[in-house]
Design a protein around this ligand. Structure first.
Ligand SMILES: [Zn+2]
Length: 310
């Protein structure tokens, strides 16, 4: 079975405002690197639609979504939080990103795809039930998880967040939902800077000191996450795939390499094969050094496409 690749047209045009590192060039660089590496011929590009309001309202409060929609209609650019701008394309781009993640989940759960990567922007994991944060408006991974549970009928889903920044938005949405386990590794001293008000029994946070290398991250995953995942037995594994823990990333100070992203992906796939028939849907979050983002994302997607050795 193939690996699906989902993106949308606004990834190429949506602009978060001057000086914001979350740019269209991120997606272009990933797609260029996919062509250069030959990976583009090994994955299946698939269309998706904008998320439905029903899907989004499982994760977000109605008043908040209405505020996003209203703010995005106006010609004026405004700040929707202290660090996130909203403009005419913002709402549609965020809805299309969530829609791509949801369609990827649908097709992996129906068995037409082995796994999938949603190459989307804006990212989503800092968006909470009723707040925008960190360039995120709609939380795509949370919408996808709740679609899998409430619309498809799965009983248990795991979210593995490997972005260097803590998934404060995803935590806010999924906390205390016994059907979801959120595993999150992040640089403790990086954005969003606050200490997690942890927490809830379904959230497993793995804060890391500056300078942490890939070997240490892999050890944490193998020793702390894998046993819990094998015990929880999710029917689907979602990955919040930020690539800003790379050693070349200026937004943070961890030391992962492309090789570490490949290895980490392989370990996730081995667990997925053991517990859920290999169902993995990975959703792009951060990664702002264009070159290391593109190389790391391609290492990750290549590993998804190669599959696990028998
Ligand atoms: Zn990040």
């Amino acid at each position: 079975m193939p690996t699906g690749f989902f993106t949308h047209d606004l990834c190429q045009t949506y602009d978060q405002g001057r000086g914001n590192p979350e740019t269209a060039a991120r997606i272009e660089a990933i797609e260029d690197q996919m062509i250069a590496s030959g990976l583009a011929r090994c994955v299946v590009p698939l269309p998706s639609a904008q998320a439905s309001m029903e899907d989004v309202l499982r994760a977000h409060d109605k008043g908040y979504v209405e505020e996003l929609q209203r703010s995005s209609k106006s010609d004026a650019v405004k700040m929707i939080s202290d660090d996130t701008e909203i403009n005419k394309l913002s709402f549609e781009a965020a809805m299309k990103s969530a829609g791509a993640a949801i369609e990827a989940v649908r097709q992996v759960c129906s068995g037409t795809l082995r796994n999938a990567f949603a190459c989307i922007r804006p990212p989503g994991h800092h968006a909470g039930r009723s707040f925008a944060h960190g360039f995120c408006l709609i939380n795509s991974v949370a919408c996808a998880a709740l679609h899998a549970l409430d619309a498809i009928g799965l009983k248990k889903v795991a979210i593995l967040d490997i972005d260097v920044h803590r998934a404060d938005g995803t935590e806010d949405i999924v906390k205390n939902d016994p059907r979801i386990r959120l595993f999150s590794l992040y640089q403790a001293s990086a954005f969003p800077f606050d200490v997690p008000k942890a927490t809830a029994p379904n959230i497993i946070n793995s804060p890391l000191p500056e300078g942490t290398e890939g070997g240490d991250v892999l050890r944490i995953i193998n020793e702390q996450w894998v046993p819990k995942l094998l015990d929880f037995k999710p029917e689907l594994i979602l990955v919040s795939a930020g690539f800003d823990a790379h050693r070349d990333e200026k937004q943070a100070m961890l030391k992962l390499t492309e090789f570490d992203y490949s290895y980490l992906t392989y370990e996730i796939m081995r667990v997925a094969r053991a517990v859920c028939g290999g169902r993995v849907v990975s959703i792009l979050e951060g990664g702002y050094n264009i070159r290391s983002l593109a190389r790391s994302a391609v290492a990750h997607i290549t590993t998804l496409a190669r599959g696990v050795r028998e």
